[in-house]
Design a protein around this ligand. Structure first.
Ligand code: ARG
Length: 266
């Protein structure tokens, strides 16, 4: 995770960002600190990457890479304003002893790449290019399922879907696991793919999605989730998960939430 020391909305590269709406940086730091503490309180280790002045979106650590089995597939950002973040994160990974693969196409890390059971779900349409999906499949040797995003408000896959855990309640043996998503963020064909893969998925409402409810992190039991996503929070509890509400409202102004601020080292 990367502290929001230099966080602000200085440019607009998604529909949430409005350079005329100021960010309360003190509140942002408080909310971010609360997320770190909440992870630690639930037994998770949090490492931090030093923020770089002039990179206001660097707080969105999820975009830096996809890490599976200790192997790091780095990032290559679409927006010129974010491109220098890749090197800053790669420096951290290398210092921590990881090799970093640099993608040949635009690829925004976990923003568009979601490991889900035996698959990696991959979003395209606004940021990550389809060519990167192939590259991810080749790199990890895991089947990559390409999904098309169609609503600019949900420009990264992790704003429209998250993975809940390895086991789906039915134990249907598909190995697909359990996900939550907002169907209207996807093209009709991609929606159908999700319906086939995850017949028991939690279906979020537009309100849940707009509250960044799908930008959640699950450890298989606890789900760190935006408190404003009321319907989803109820559904999670009903399904036997433990919703842990964490409010990151200041980050919504930049189009990010809990998951965006969290790079998972698998
Ligand atoms: N302002 C950032 C951007 O538009 C937000 C990134 C949010 N990150 C995420 N994983 N969805 O690139």
């Amino acid at each position: 995770m990367c502290e929001p020391r230099y966080f602000e909305v200085r440019y607009a590269i998604n529909p949430w960002m409005d350079t005329d709406t100021p960010v309360d940086r003190a509140l942002a730091r408080e909310q971010w600190g609360n997320l770190v503490q909440t992870y630690r309180d639930h037994g998770h280790t949090v490492e931090t990457v030093a923020p770089v002045e002039g990179l206001p979106d660097m707080v969105f650590a999820a975009n830096a890479a996809l890490v599976v089995d200790g192997r790091v597939f780095g990032s290559s950002f679409r927006a010129p304003e974010r491109r220098q973040e890749s090197a800053a994160y790669a420096t951290w990974f290398k210092a921590a002893g990881y090799d970093v693969h640099t993608p040949r196409s635009v690829c925004e890390g976990e923003g568009d790449l979601v490991p889900a059971g035996r698959f990696v779900l991959a979003g395209a349409g606004f940021r990550t290019q389809r060519a990167a999906h192939r590259e991810v499949q080749e790199f990890f040797g895991r089947p990559v399922i390409s999904l098309d995003l169609v609503d600019p408000r949900f420009y990264h896959l992790d704003t429209a879907l998250f993975f809940l855990g390895e086991e789906d309640g039915e134990g249907d043996g598909t190995g697909a696991g359990d996900v939550a998503y907002y169907p209207a963020a996807f093209s009709p064909g991609s929606r159908e793919v999700l319906r086939r893969l995850y017949p028991r998925a939690l279906i979020a409402t537009e309100e849940d999605a707009l509250a960044f409810g799908l930008n959640s992190v699950s450890d298989g039991r606890h789900v760190f989730v935006a408190p404003q996503a009321h319907h989803l929070v109820d559904q999670l509890a009903h399904r036997g998960y433990v919703p842990v509400p964490v409010d990151l409202s200041e980050f919504h102004k930049a189009g990010g939430g809990i998951k965006c601020c969290t790079q998972e080292i698998r």
